[in-house]
Design a protein around this ligand. Sequence first.
Ligand code: AP5
Ligand code: MG
Length: 222
Amino acid sequence: MKNIIFLAVQGAGKGTFAKKLKEKYHYAHISTGDILRERAAVEDELGTKIKNMIDNGIFVPNDIIYEAIEYKITQPECEKGYILDGFPRNLEQAKGYDEILNKLGKELGVVINLTIPNELLKQRIIGRRICRDCGAIYNIYNDEFKPKVDGVCDKCGGKLYQREDDNEEAMNTRVKTYFEVTEPIIDYYKEKGVLKTVDSSSNPETVFKEIEKILESDDVNN
Ligand code: AP5
Ligand code: MG
């Protein structure tokens, strides 16, 4: 299997479909947002600094991200391939990642750009709920993703919570930042010939099938 990068604006479904791929194919899932939220929960100086940044939708410095990525992709569970969710996020990180790959002798793989119209983002972000225990992702405004019991995880019975940055103000900052600094890396990967696009506004089953089709295609596997 080739490594996968999920590239998309906030709320497009990077986490949702990375988790589905992990469940079905046991790919390793590396979410820089999850790594940072975990680190932010440690109430020391660095944890507090990271918490303030992510709660406001501001990027965390590259050196922290590179260290986490290099550590994660060299773990045994990533040997057969992994999914990057939330990294790279700007041109500097895309180039920094190329250097890390060169150093480790690893392949870039395929970049999947999940697209979604702006008007759907608010519902996706404000309606999102996450399980505190297993990390499953729900949405209270979507029948496909609504928990069966309000506030309770269908999978493990854990309590659902809303992310601190899932408010309108942080959402606007994150979306603005995406279009300013993340979107330009689409061209970077297009020029490398590794970019695929999936419309993430369709129903989840269709989106997942499209992703699977890409992963099964010859140009991704050869
Ligand atoms: P991160 O956690 O990565 O957040 P994000 O990029 O804002 O992305 P989201 O997690 O909001 O969206 P998603 O695409 O995963 O959507 P999801 O699958 O949940 O990063 C958080 C912060 O950490 C950043 O702002 C930054 O501060 C920092 N950070 C992270 N990486 C960094 C880096 N590399 N450098 C510097 N700083 C970094 O889906 C959203 C909702 O939609 C869910 O409710 C879901 O149920 C629903 N949904 C999904 N797909 C569908 C569908 N097809 N139909 C209907 N509903 C759907
Ligand atoms: Mg996510």
